[in-house]
Design a binder for this molecule. Structure first.
Ligand SMILES: C[S@@+](CC[C@H](N)C(=O)[O-])C[C@H]1O[C@@H](n2cnc3c(N)ncnc32)[C@H](O)[C@@H]1O
Length: 202
């Protein structure tokens, strides 16, 4: 079983496999952000752990910077979008100047890093968001039951999915939470993943 999970991790590192795998679900994952915010008013976006540019298309009208550790994903993002992408490890990434992003997007990234790194990244994000801006986090939760959603969380490449209440405790230490909304991503009415949307200000 461990070998199968490692093999699927390897496959998902390949841009084409990841893009095909997430494509049917990407809009559903992004839906709470689209529903709760007027994206046409967004001015400057930082997309943290942006993958192959999964969510870049929502921000055609805004300044945009995607940061991603996998160079293959970044090459694909650059091929598809004429936007700025940086290959960097977000847990150690330094910016020349702080502040300035009114929309910091962290979609399905934090469950890839451990607790210490999560606190470090969230601390940094606070300094990168503008005074009128918000941090928008979509995260994978671990329901703690015998559901398919729990199985998929266990199999995920990111090894740090957490129960929704744990994520909330972590986020509350770094931001003033405006929205905290658990939601499922379903196929034919069956929840495959349990996620949470958190919107907060620094
Ligand atoms: C589940 S994917 C989400 C990608 C994209 N945000 C999306 O919504 O499809 C998690 C992403 O985080 C990236 N990642 C993992 N650890 C990272 C790190 N330390 N620094 C930057 N990116 C990282 C992975 O390479 C992957 O692209």
């Amino acid at each position: 079983m461990v070998e199968i999970v490692r093999f699927t991790d390897f496959l998902l590192e390949q841009t084409i496999v990841y893009s095909l795998w997430q494509a049917p679900f990407a809009a559903d994952k992004f839906a709470p952000i689209a529903t709760n915010n007027d994206l046409s008013k967004v001015k400057r976006v930082l997309d943290v752990g942006c993958g192959p540019g999964t969510n870049t298309r929502y921000f055609d009208h805004a300044d945009y910077l995607g940061v991603e550790v996998n160079p293959k994903y970044v090459a694909e993002a650059r091929r598809k979008f004429n936007r700025e992408f940086v290959v960097a490890d977000v847990t150690t990434y330094e910016r020349d100047r702080d502040g300035g992003f009114d929309f910091v997007l962290v979609n399905s990234f934090l469950h890839h890093i451990n607790l210490e790194e999560t606190h470090r990244v969230l601390d940094r994000l606070r300094t990168w968001v503008s005074p009128d801006g918000y941090i928008h986090i979509i995260e994978l939760t671990s329901p703690g039951d015998r559901s398919i959603a729990q199985l998929l969380a266990d199999w995920d490449r990111g090894k740090f999915a957490r129960p929704a209440h744990e994520w909330k405790d972590i986020f509350a230490q770094h931001m003033d939470i405006k929205i905290y909304q658990p939601f499922p991503v379903c196929v034919w009415g069956n929840p495959l993943w349990q996620l949470v949307y958190c919107k907060g200000s620094a």
